[in-house]
Write a protein that binds this ligand. Structure first.
Ligand code: UDP
Length: 248
């Protein structure tokens, strides 16, 4: 099927979306840091979705470089370690911006920690305006506060931007009743309620993120970011994913 046929046959279901990309996803097969091929693949997927006319913003994690909890476990003050983690997300945001621009996508990085020479400061109205102009906005530095995660930042920004859906790109193509890597009989949920994710601790995102998405009625779509093309596909309701929403 040609790209133009795809556009006609299955238009995206959403107008404005937020994709949360974990630092781990940017590592590809590496143990640490950034894998250039993986970053380029994600950028190409984002470009494809942007080409469909969907407004896209991204929240990027930093776990491939530094996590506050690991710093704290090694004796650092937790808040300082968390600031280091937030700075790690800025490194990833700049790498993604570079890859997106190589793919021909106009991109702006907005940082929750002001850093005037490398990124714009986060200003909600400015972010909305960038998206209306067709630019992909990358939100860096999480929420700007220690003791939070980039999952929570993703739910927060999706709420502030009025996104129709929050996508969580993971290694697997949805949420399963057991680990599919260890159990061949594991089955994927098509839909789940926020409440079930919270009470059964299904590990989709942290509880603060799930609660915020629930309060603002933003569905969370979990899919595999590792499969090229999956981002555009799931936005059209195709392929494999799990949708977390109010009712199952
Ligand atoms: N972080 C923070 N506040 C935020 C977002 C992130 O302090 O609002 C810090 C925290 O230390 C976290 C690190 O940044 O461990 C990297 O973010 P995260 O672990 O969410 O990245 P991911 O797991 O998605 O790669």
């Amino acid at each position: 099927m040609s790209e133009s046929q795809t556009r006609v046959d299955s238009p995206p279901k959403y107008k404005r979306v937020l994709l949360k990309i974990s630092g781990e996803a940017l590592m590809g097969g590496r143990e640490y840091g950034l894998d250039a091929d993986m970053v380029a693949q994600i950028a190409a997927d984002v470009a494809k979705v942007r080409d469909l006319g969907v407004e896209v913003c991204l929240v990027v994690g930093g776990g491939n470089i530094f996590r506050g909890v690991s710093g704290a476990a090694r004796g650092m003050e937790r808040a300082s370690a968390d600031y280091m983690g937030m700075l790690a997300t800025v490194i990833n945001a700049l790498a993604l911006q570079n890859a997106l621009e190589n793919a021909g996508v106009k991109t702006r990085v907005l940082s929750a920690i002001p850093m005037a020479t490398v990124a714009e400061p986060y200003i909600r109205r400015r972010a909305v305006r960038h998206m209306e102009k067709g630019r992909v906005v990358i939100f860096a530095a999480g929420t700007g506060n220690p003791f939070f995660t980039t999952d929570t930042a993703a739910a927060l920004r999706a709420s502030e931007m009025g996104c129709d859906v929050l996508l969580k790109g993971t290694k697997v193509d949805g949420v399963y009743d057991a680990d599919p890597a260890k159990n061949p009989d594991a089955t994927r949920y098509d839909t789940l309620s926020y409440m079930r994710v919270l009470t059964e601790d299904l590990g989709v995102m942290d509880h603060a993120a799930i609660s915020l998405a629930r309060e603002n009625a933003i569905p969370i779509l979990v899919f595999s970011i590792y499969r090229p093309g999956a981002f555009a596909e799931v936005l059209s309701g195709k392929g494999c994913f799990t949708l977390v929403r109010n009712e199952e």
